[in-house]
Write a new protein. Structure first.
Lengths: 257, 258
């Protein structure tokens, strides 16, 4: 039936893509545990991915925490549960909003930059040059970025969580009239270690996804400037979608009863 | 050929989907010999070079370097082959994130484990070999002109004193005078190192200056192979048309079918 042919073609193309990404991820992990490891490049990428993303993540989580306090106060006041605002803010930030918002922001900033840089290296034969200079491009380009993503995203999210809770505190105390001592006490009263740990695990997963997709699409870019542009778009879109999917999966693993 | 070939290609085939690019390439490069592969755009010159370097895997045929088969070589054999080669890429392919001297010293530091301080001295000496002063050593490659980038690329290619040099369209994209300077530098560096060289080019002036021998690639095969001195005496119609740059001729007729 001709009607099924395009559907089948799209499905097969999707399966082939999944296979290629899986092989790419497998090669990356394999190179992560075998020498040489370029520590200098890992630190450089940690600065690029982590330190330079800090303002974006801080702004995002600050306002997310402020909005969350406002929204939960206005919603919870309908059934006289305003005292739960601090708890809702901290649990929402640590479990969900911190990692997801930070992940999406870093995907836009870092994933695109990685894809553009490696894509440009591909189309200008710099990756071929690396090979001819006895340097494995996976070890030199991909592994430092992925390790840096794995390490820095949890740190970024932890800072983002703190800033988000601070945003909720500022609104709660200065605008909604909460007592500052009781707001802080409510923040920590029901907070569990698992809330924070699950968020940090999510952050590590997101860091892996963002850097891997940026590297994958950049590494396989073709066709000059247009190809690099396409790689950049694909890196951001695919990593954003995978962040949301993996967010659900990790949440299932941690919190399903 | 009296001595065993440094590089030898036998019946090399390579296709991309339905497009047959190489259809049985046979070519030898003797030790210390400089061979230029000429041919029009899209005839498979770059593919041939990439197959020799291991950047592409041929579908069929044999490629040996110093007698070692490269088509099914282990990673260690491939690394050993690359350790004795230097490549000048068409666009120089300098690393944007590194300074000029770091580019030149890259193979010494990453490939041979030389200390950066020592490698910097070698890099500055290699830059001097290609007519560039130490004042550009800390500059970014992006701030250099096309000709200077090519010269830095050449300095990088010779930095490890390789036994085999590959030149991919060395004069493309630069003016004729700078092209001639690059050609002179290639001849000088190749002779000083005593290296074998494989150059791909469609610039006949460059081929005549750089090469001892010229091989013409057409429709995926070497259709003419001989010393530079015999180019003008050849009665091969394809070669005659290519050298003369005529529109009319067998090459042009084939192009009409595309």
């Amino acid at each position: 039936m001709p009607i099924f042919a395009p559907v089948g073609h799209i499905f097969l193309t999707f399966l082939a893509l999944v296979g290629r990404v899986t092989v790419f991820a497998g090669r990356t992990v394999g190179h992560m545990v075998t020498p040489p490891i370029y520590f200098r490049l890992i630190f450089k990428q940690m600065r690029e991915i982590g330190y330079f993303s800090l303002p974006v993540v801080a702004m995002t989580t600050l306002f997310a925490g402020m909005v969350l306090a406002l929204q939960s106060y206005s919603g919870f006041s309908r059934f006289s549960a305003e005292s739960a605002v601090a708890t809702v803010v901290v649990i929402s930030m640590t479990r969900e909003l911190g990692p997801v918002l930070a992940g999406l922001m870093v995907a836009g900033r870092v994933g695109a930059a990685i894809a553009a840089e490696i894509g440009t290296m591909r189309v200008t034969e710099q990756i071929d040059a690396l090979v001819t200079l006895s340097t494995n491009p996976f070890k030199y380009l991909v592994v430092p970025r992925v390790i840096a993503g794995l390490i820095t995203l949890p740190v970024l999210v932890l800072i983002g969580d703190i800033i988000g809770v601070l945003g909720g505190y500022l609104v709660g105390v200065n605008k909604l009239g909460f007592n500052d001592g009781s707001y802080i006490r409510n923040t920590f009263q029901y907070l569990e270690q698992l809330d924070v740990v699950s968020g940090l695990v999510k952050a590590a997963v997101f860091g892996f996804i963002i850097t891997l997709m940026g590297c994958y699409h950049g590494y396989h870019s073709r066709g000059g400037a247009q190809g690099v542009g396409q790689a950049t778009t694909n890196a951001v879109v695919s990593s954003s979608i995978l962040i949301l999917i993996s967010n659900y999966i990790v949440t299932e693993l941690f919190f399903s009863r | 050929m009296t001595s065993p070939a440094k590089i030898s290609l036998r019946n090399v085939h390579k296709a991309f989907g339905p497009k047959q690019v190489l259809q049985g390439v046979d070519l030898d490069v003797a030790p210390g010999e400089s061979v230029a592969i000429i041919g029009g755009s899209g005839t498979g010159k770059s593919v041939t070079l990439k197959c020799v370097l291991g950047l592409l895997n041929p579908d069929q045929g044999s490629i040996t370097v110093d007698g070692v088969e490269m088509t099914d070589a282990s990673q260690a054999e491939r690394d050993a082959m690359l350790a004795k080669t230097g490549v000048l890429f068409q666009g120089a392919a300098l690393f944007d994130s590194l300074s000029v001297w770091q580019n030149v010293a890259f193979g010494l530091i990453e490939g041979r484990g030389m200390k950066p301080r020592d490698a910097r001295d070698v890099a500055i000496a290699r830059l001097a070999d290609v007519g560039l002063g130490p004042e550009i050593a800390n500059m970014s490659p992006a701030s250099l002109s096309g000709g200077m980038q090519k010269r830095v690329g050449l300095a990088r290619a010779i930095a490890t004193e390789p036994e085999i040099l590959f030149f991919d369209e060395p004069t493309t994209g630069i003016d004729p005078i700078m092209g001639d300077i690059i050609n002179d530098l290639i001849v000088k560096c190749t002779r000083e190192l005593g290296a074998s060289a494989m150059t791909i080019t469609h610039d006949m002036a460059s081929a005549r200056k750089i090469a001892d021998r010229v091989a013409m690639l057409y429709q995926g095969k070497i259709i003419w192979d001989g010393p530079v001195s015999e180019i003008d005496q050849s009665d091969n119609p394809y070669l005659k048309q290519f050298v003369a740059g005529d529109i009319e001729g067998p090459l042009e007729l084939d192009l009409k079918h595309l």
